[in-house]
Write a protein that binds this ligand. Structure first.
Ligand SMILES: [Ca+2]
Ligand SMILES: [Ca+2]
Length: 123
């Protein structure tokens, strides 16, 4: 086996995808797995962006402000200009906050490469 994956990790991943335990991965199972992974990743990113609401709290207010959003992308190495461009695309009702529904819609759309390219690479 190639370096990077150990046997146990591969078997665990297989078991995770093979929800029916039939020892076969179908397209449908893989699709389901991919969707679950994507939604989990989106949720985790949202939680990471949503800074604690106060110093005594570890949780955010479930709304992403422009500051939280831009700070997050700057920390990922994205330029300020690009972060602001992403923000204006995400806040669809323009109330200067992103809730989880807006974030999820935006994240799933933005993951389509043409959308991302058209935003970040001037035509
Ligand atoms: Ca917040
Ligand atoms: Ca909004």
């Amino acid at each position: 086996m190639d370096a990077g994956f150990d046997q146990t990790a591969v078997e665990n991943l297989f078991a995770e995808i093979d929800t029916s335990g039939s020892r076969r991965i179908t397209i449908a199972k893989f699709d389901l797995f991919a969707v679950v992974q994507t939604i989990t990743a989106v949720r985790n990113e949202f939680m990471k962006m949503d800074a604690p609401a106060s110093s005594s709290s570890r949780r955010g207010d479930r709304q992403i402000t422009k500051k939280e959003f831009v700070q997050f992308f700057l920390a990922q190495g994205v330029s300020k200009q690009a972060s602001v461009a992403l923000w204006s695309h995400a806040d669809t009702n323009e109330n200067s906050k992103i809730n989880f529904t807006e974030f999820k819609t935006w994240a799933l759309e933005i993951l389509e490469a043409p959308v991302l390219e058209s935003l970040l690479i001037p035509q």
